[in-house]
Design a protein around this ligand. Structure first.
Ligand code: ADP
Ligand code: 5GP
Length: 193
């Protein structure tokens, strides 16, 4: 097992999971870290409101003022504005990082590009929906209102070609169990390199 360090330039595997809204990224990474205790899921900060039924610890929910102060302190590894809200990955430190050897970031494409620039060794897994219709069904099933559904679908159309280009691995999230198996295989393959 690799030694624990908050320095991501060290030997920690950095797995970046990205892909369009509603494709199932959050569901997949939760299952992934449950299956593999050597993976640690970084908890992002956001200024968006918590969704009905969403876990209280899904994010660190903060005000725009608090988020902006954290930006000026250099507290984020990467951050972006996504459909009117800020989202960012706090820099791992002793307080927020329990020290599992390898780190998982579930972030959108702009953030994934920032991470890749800083840590070229990071592995980007871009998750695709089986179809746009199924992505829409999942967004609605999660309770997203119409305007959010359309905004996320429009963004997906624009970003998918860039994601395909940038990705180290493309994974279609058809059956959840199968998808998680495929991700575990990818992580193990990368560890063995
Ligand atoms: P994202 O984090 O990519 O925005 P979520 O993890 O919130 O997506 O998933 C969106 C919805 O799709 C959720 O209701 C989730 O339960 C559902 N979902 C995730 N993966 C699958 C799958 N393989 N098959 C069917 N529904 C799924
Ligand atoms: P949602 O509002 O659906 O939870 O998230 C919207 C988008 O923001 C998703 O694509 C999600 O992956 C992304 N996201 C979540 N946390 C972060 C983060 O810390 N940084 C970046 N760049 N994107 C994030």
């Amino acid at each position: 097992m690799r030694p624990y360090s908050t320095n991501l330039a060290d030997e920690r595997l950095i797995i970046v999971v990205s892909g369009p809204g509603g494709v199932g990224k959050g569901t997949i990474v939760d299952a992934l870290v449950q299956r593999d205790p050597n993976l640690w899921l970084s908890r992002s900060w956001t200024t968006r409101e918590r969704r009905d039924g969403e876990a209280e610890n899904a994010y660190v929910f903060v005000s725009a003022g608090d988020f902006e102060s954290h930006i000026s302190r250099g507290g984020f590894l990467e951050w972006t504005e996504f459909l009117g809200n800020y989202y960012g990955t706090p820099r791992p430190d002793e307080r927020n990082d329990p020290g599992a050897p390898d780190i998982v970031l579930e972030i959108e494409l702009d953030g994934a590009q920032q991470v890749k620039q800083q840590y070229p060794q990071a592995i980007l897994i871009f998750v695709l929906p089986p179809s746009r219709a199924e992505q829409e069904r999942r967004l609605r099933g999660r309770g997203d209102p119409d305007d959010k559904v359309f905004a996320r679908l429009r963004k997906a159309e624009k970003e998918e070609p860039i994601g395909r280009e940038l990705a180290d691995y493309l994974v279609v999230n058809d059956e959840l169990e199968r998808t998680v198996d495929e991700m575990i295989n990818i992580v193990n393959r990368e560890r063995a390199r």
